[in-house]
Design a protein around this ligand. Structure first.
Ligand code: HEC
Ligand code: HEC
Length: 477
């Protein structure tokens, strides 16, 4: 054992020596910045207990490590802010173009119509951040002393910046003059700690209550969207009202397909934006990496102001609307780009959002343990849902035929495939069902589908075990 140890140390020292030569020969100019970070007297490696630590060491490691640590903290904090609060300039579209703020305010407060009272806002799935409420207000809400039927209350909530994912812009007189949207509109919910719809933020949890279609239908000038799609208002409203809670159609403004061949809505469920670290491709049909998709969404869906390039969209057969609107190459001058500079921190923060751990007692642990063995054994799920990602490391993409479903949604994306969904934290987004369109209402329905399609021959008990196992997935790895 001692002998082996010593052999390893000698090899390690040699390797380190080689690295030192390489570092020294190419890092001369780079040494002064690392000196700036202040690591005085760092000429030896304090972690090296090999006894071979005799020569001088380059002044790199601790100082640069410190840089990495401060960068990490800065990115995480900035990314959280961007995820929660940044509109990317989208108020130009949601406010100035669509006039959504006017419908929210109502005629009494300088807008149009009856206005959006908080009860209706909560009913379409908008959420309120309890931590943004002025002191005393939570107690008054609990005591029923706040008028939740008055649009003026919604305006007060917006002024306190308490509506998750919606930014109200007010003039000096307190009139709502515009609204912008944020990632958190769809990708956060709250824990309902005060009352249903009002609580602490849960970043990354999909808002499966939010009826995005109904929110857009409030906008008086939504003809602007219908115009781009080349349809009339009635047709647009038919498409939007078919989405339902927890759904949105990110491909609609590319291909103009409001409905599938079977007549159902073409919208997909809002997916989890947690537990994504290590996952290669994102969205149900694997459009690209996190920063790819963030740029896509911020520019093309939220209508923020930035730069976006994807020549794959320049396909008149697949993406006729995108081609007409020039979405494959969106350019604004650098000093007006409100998106690109935010992509690094936004990505970093998203990668840091863990899949939430299932509540104690929410699954049967003994059944889950049996399900674990089945998942990688008889049920053969792990072939694609490989732990700990529960998706394939690499190119996790499959045709509809490979998983026994239609190709419609897959073929609305460049690679014509479905991405193997990472499964951690499934328990927290059961509402709305499973698979991209929620076609399976329960996890048991999913297992039944695979059992029939792959002819797995699972017994009822085994199916239940696999379901309990899936309910157990989440929490820190
Ligand atoms: C209007 C609702 C909405 C908004 C706003 C929104 N998203 Fe999404 N997001 C969706 C939907 C729906 C999908 C699924 C799209 C698909 O598969 O075609 C999605 C997919 C994603 C995914 C892929 C998750 C996975 O499973 O790999 C990420 C990451 C994501 N969004 C991040 C963001 C970020 C960051 C923002 C803000 C820049 C944002 N989204 C804004 C609705 C929204
Ligand atoms: C051939 C690869 C493959 C195999 C094998 C496979 N899956 Fe999947 N799985 C996928 C793909 C691809 C999707 C995405 C389908 C969609 O969104 O329409 C998916 C989606 C799911 C979902 C939905 C997740 C969500 O958030 O909506 C669950 C749950 C699931 N699979 C469980 C299982 C179980 C359990 C097994 C074993 C019985 C299994 N899978 C076997 C590829 C596979």
């Amino acid at each position: 054992m001692r002998q082996l140890n010593r052999a390893w140390k000698i090899i390690a020292t040699t390797a380190y020596g080689l690295g030192l030569v390489a570092a020294a020969s190419c890092s001369e100019p780079g040494r002064s910045p690392s000196n700036q970070t202040g690591a005085p007297g760092n000429t030896s490696n304090p972690n090296d207990t090999s006894g071979n630590n005799t020569g001088p060491r380059p002044n790199l490691a601790p100082g640069f490590d410190g840089k990495i640590d401060s960068n990490k903290n800065r990115l995480a904090a900035a990314g959280r802010d961007i995820f929660r609060y940044d509109t990317f300039g989208s108020e130009k579209f949601w406010g100035d173009t669509l006039g959504l703020h006017r419908a929210i305010a109502g005629a009494q407060h300088g807008g149009v119509g009856t206005g959006l009272d908080p009860t209706t806002a909560l009913a379409v799935g908008l959420k309120v951040d309890v931590e943004k409420l002025p002191a005393g207000l939570p107690e008054q809400i609990t005591a029923g002393k706040v008028d939740l039927k008055d649009p003026a209350t919604t305006l007060a909530l917006l002024q306190a910046d308490a509506v998750v994912g919606v930014k109200g812009i007010f003039d000096q007189a307190g009139t709502l003059t515009s609204v912008g949207i944020r990632c958190s509109l769809c990708h956060s919910t709250v824990d309902d700690s005060l009352t249903k719809g009002i609580g602490k933020r849960l970043d990354g949890w999909p808002n499966r209550d939010l009826d995005v279609g109904r929110v857009i239908m409030l906008a008086p000038n939504r003809m602007a969207i219908a115009g781009v799609l080349g349809v009339d208002l009635a047709t647009l409203d038919k498409v939007l009202s078919a989405w339902g809670p927890g759904k949105f159609d990110a491909e609609l403004t590319l291909d103009g397909k409001g409905f599938r061949p079977d007549g159902k809505s073409a919208a997909t469920l809002i997916p989890a934006a947690y537990g994504l670290a290590g996952q290669n491709l994102h969205t149900y049909s694997g459009w690209g990496s996190i920063p790819y998709w963030n740029a896509f969404v911020a520019n093309l869906e939220m209508h923020g102001q930035g730069n976006f390039f994807d020549p794959r969209l320049n396909d008149p057969v697949k993406f006729p609307i995108a081609v007409k609107a020039g979405l494959f190459d969106v350019r604004v001058p650098e000093d007006q780009d409100m998106i690109s500079a935010k992509l690094p921190a936004l990505q970093f923060y998203q990668l840091a959002i863990p899949a939430p751990a299932p509540p104690a007692g929410s699954f049967d642990a003994a059944a889950a343990a049996r399900g674990d063995a089945l998942f990688a054994g008889k049920a053969d799920c792990a072939r694609c849902h490989t732990a700990p990602l529960y998706s394939e490391p690499g190119w996790a993409m499959h045709t509809g035929a490979e998983i026994g479903i239609d190709e419609f949604q897959a073929q609305r994306a460049p690679d014509n495939r479905y991405r193997t969904t990472p499964l951690r934290g499934l328990w927290a987004h059961a509402k709305g069902g499973f698979y991209h369109d929620g076609r399976f209402a329960t996890l048991l329905d999913v297992v039944n589908h695979y059992d029939a399609f792959f002819k797995l021959g699972l017994t009822d008990g085994e199916k239940n075990d696999v379901v309990e196992y899936m309910k157990s997935l989440g929490g820190e790895e």
